[in-house]
Design a protein around this ligand. Structure first.
Ligand code: COA
Length: 254
């Protein structure tokens, strides 16, 4: 469900499960983690570029998977993916169309360049699902926009438009064309023409050091809480209500 191919130094990665808005199954997390790790090691790869098939980037974790096989501390494919993303040495560009929800939105905080089509909605629905944020957004978002604005986004989980995301500073450009992909491909090509040594060292200066340690630590802290919450009555109610296409009722549920 994840396609990838190398084209002129650009490793093009496509989340390809359009019928479910590219929601991640555990198998997809594992596949993407491997593709990114291999790409980071492959000397022929200068830049990686991720996008989603159909009119969606990703609807986040597959909710049916959350119910069927909830992740545990010992085996947490999304957490492994986030850690690999946070540790990449090569630049990763995201082309975002449609929706970016949950981990489909938080993984963007570990990309170096993010281009979003103008109709995109970013959604951080963790609290409305009875869960907690992941992907170190509870660290990175307040650092970017301040505590109050981050609280509003992470507590209410209301959709954020591409223009709003641009104003908040977590994407690089709003694309008016039907898809952000051609522009992102152009930028990827531009990067491949630069000195790889300079590009890699610049990324390292921007991302390595104390911040990376803090990010990895936050991913662990959030991960433990997330897994605990996944087994809570509130999360069970929220997740089953999505599958049953009804409004959740949190009355009396922690
Ligand atoms: N897990 C499993 N299936 C999902 C999914 C997810 N995270 N997101 C979407 N789907 C499925 C829908 O159930 C639907 O399947 P169906 O056609 O068999 O009914 C299909 O993908 C299309 O989704 P739909 O809801 O009809 O599209 P939409 O454009 O109206 O809304 C979303 C798109 C992403 C806003 C909406 O699907 C949504 O809120 N999904 C849940 C996102 C979420 O909470 N993710 C978990 C984060 S931790």
């Amino acid at each position: 469900m994840i396609n990838h191919h190398l084209e002129d130094g650009v490793l093009k990665i496509l989340l390809n499960r359009p019928e479910k808005k590219n929601a991640f199954t555990n198998a997809m997390y594992r596949e993407l983690t491997q593709i990114l790790s291999d790409g980071d090691q492959n000397p022929q790869v200068k830049v990686m570029l991720i996008s989603g098939a159909g009119n969606a980037f990703s609807a986040g974790n597959d909710i049916a998977d959350f119910m069927k096989s909830p992740i545990t501390h010992e085996d947490a494919p999304p957490i492994n993916l986030l850690k690999v993303l946070a540790g990449l040495s090569k630049p990763l560009i995201a082309a975002v169309d449609g929706v970016a929800v949950g981990i489909g939105a938080t993984l963007l905080f570990h990309c170096d360049l993010v281009y979003a089509q103008k109709e995109v909605r970013f959604i951080f629905p963790f609290v409305s699902l009875g869960l907690v944020p992941e992907g170190a957004v509870s660290l990175l978002l307040p650092r970017l926009i301040g505590h109050q604005r981050a609280s509003e986004i992470l507590l209410f989980g209301e959709p954020i438009s591409a223009d709003e995301a641009m104003g908040l500073g977590f994407i690089n450009k709003v694309i008016s064309e039907p898809s952000a992909l051609p522009y992102a491909e152009k930028q990827a090509k531009k990067l491949t023409a630069l000195s790889l040594g300079s590009v890699l060292r610049t990324k390292s200066l921007l991302k390595d050091g104390a911040l990376k340690t803090a990010i990895l630590n936050q991913i662990d802290i959030e991960g433990k809480l997330f897994i605990d919450r996944l087994h809570s009555p509130a999360a069970k109610e929220a997740l089953s209500s999505f599958l049953e296409k009804r409004t959740p009722n949190f009355n009396g549920l922690d």
